[in-house]
Design a protein around this ligand. Structure first.
Ligand SMILES: [Zn+2]
Length: 425
């Protein structure tokens, strides 16, 4: 047969079933392994070189283009969710992340790291987690077109009738708490199949945790607490963190060991291996500078939102301390009133705040905000006082969230950039 074809088309190339691909997608089951092995080899090549990159750049590239984004097309085109090579791919992904950030990752921290940022992870997704939602959504989204293309006798084995689809959907049911599968038009979107699986994993982690572990998980999944991981590293915009800073930020988020336990020079306690003492130690440098930085960002953002503000304004107070708020607007912000704000950062896992942190994400920050409101209740009536509370693990207090989202919306109008709120956080 091949010889007959060759006589008519002498330049035609032949291929085996295991090498048959069309635009990167395997044609038939035999080609799945070949394509996946190629993807794995690409990752292994990168694993060797990743430590040459700047840590922040490396993390950004890992989550945004070098790993799962390069695999997604394949995962959507082929039923690969039960392929054992995906486990191998995940093992190399873990090792690549460890090399990129120079940190050690136990199983629990690795599992947390692979959650989406909004659920408390760092957004390095496991191939084994993405494969099922990718295949299910793609199968349903393309079924109408496939039915038009294939001959009538094959129409009852495509889309939702495909035996591999049924197999994948049954597997999905076991991985979620969801009583029902996504329905049209949501069933065509990968995120609607992905979200229930990830939420179940995050909820299981949270229900197995207690004390500081629980407070940490609540804080890192609180709204906007992981926005620093979404920023594009750019030195001229001031959004590139130095290797040590990104390493500390990630290890604090994952409760991974970062240093050897030792007696702190402050003499008040032991510096634990997770670096938490450094967040409360009175000898730790930079606390004042960071406080100033937050107030500067708020002042500059208010100016961009056409409501200029001044730092530490003179305001008439009956209070004995005569303490000034961190800043106040010079024009009315809302309802004809100016705003005065005061910023405070609370250590999420400090013993004083732990009772608030284990109740809800941002609980410690909200508690500090309540204290601030009491402290500034005698401000002149032309001011609305806004306490801005944040936490060392990234969570924000309720008043801070409401105000910064409001400010972000004004920044979106002024800058025409829909990501302005996220940039602000
Ligand atoms: Zn100390």
């Amino acid at each position: 047969m091949i010889n007959a074809v060759r006589r008519i088309l002498p330049k035609v190339s032949t291929t085996t079933p295991s090498n048959s691909t069309l635009q990167g997608a395997p044609l038939g089951h035999q080609a799945i392994d070949t394509v996946l092995k190629d993807k794995l080899n690409d990752l292994m090549r990168m694993e060797e070189k990743i430590s040459n990159l700047d840590a922040h750049d490396a993390l950004y590239l890992l989550t945004r283009c070098l790993t799962i984004p390069r695999l997604t097309h394949f995962l959507r085109c082929a039923p690969s969710f039960d392929n054992p090579t995906l486990d191998e791919y995940d093992a190399h992904l873990r090792s690549t992340l460890k090399k990129a950030l120079n940190l050690s990752l136990e199983d629990q921290q690795w599992d947390q790291a692979t959650l989406p940022v909004r659920l408390g992870g760092i957004g390095v997704r496991k191939a084994t987690h993405v494969a099922l939602p990718a295949f299910l959504s793609s199968c349903l989204a393309s079924s109408a077109l496939v039915e038009k293309i294939v001959p009538e006798r094959l129409r009852d084995v495509v889309g939702a009738q495909d035996p591999r689809f049924t197999e994948a959907a049954i597997r999905w049911d076991t991985l979620t708490d969801s009583s029902s599968r996504p329905t049209p038009p949501k069933e065509h979107k990968q995120s609607h199949w992905d979200k229930p699986i990830m939420e179940k994993i995050a909820n299981t982690m949270l229900s197995n945790a207690s004390g500081k572990g629980k407070a940490l998980l609540l804080a890192v999944k609180a709204p906007h607490s992981g926005d620093f991981l979404l920023a594009v590293p750019n030195s001229s915009l001031g959004t590139r963190l130095d290797p040590q800073a990104i390493r500390i930020g990630v290890t604090l988020r994952l409760a991974a060991p970062i240093l050897t336990e030792h007696r702190c020079i402050c003499g008040r306690g032991t510096a634990d291996q997770f670096g938490l003492h450094g967040l409360v130690c009175h000898t730790a440098e930079g606390k004042y500078a960071r406080h100033e930085e937050v107030n500067d960002i708020i002042t500059r953002s208010l100016a961009t939102a056409r409501c200029p503000a001044q730092r530490e304004p003179q305001v008439q107070r009956s209070d004995r301390s005569q303490k000034r708020p961190d800043g106040a607007t010079m024009l009315p912000w809302k309802d004809g009133k100016q705003i005065a704000w005061d910023y405070k950062c609370a250590a999420t896992l400090a013993d004083t705040y732990l009772p608030y942190s284990v109740v809800e994400g941002g609980g410690a920050a909200s508690h500090r905000e309540t204290q601030k409101i009491r402290k500034y209740e005698d401000l002149p009536s032309c001011y609305n006082f806004i306490p801005i509370g944040s936490e060392t693990l990234g969570a924000w207090g309720k008043c801070a969230l409401k105000f910064l989202i409001e400010l972000g919306e004004k920044l979106i109008i002024e800058t025409k950039d829909h990501r302005a709120t996220s940039f602000l956080f």
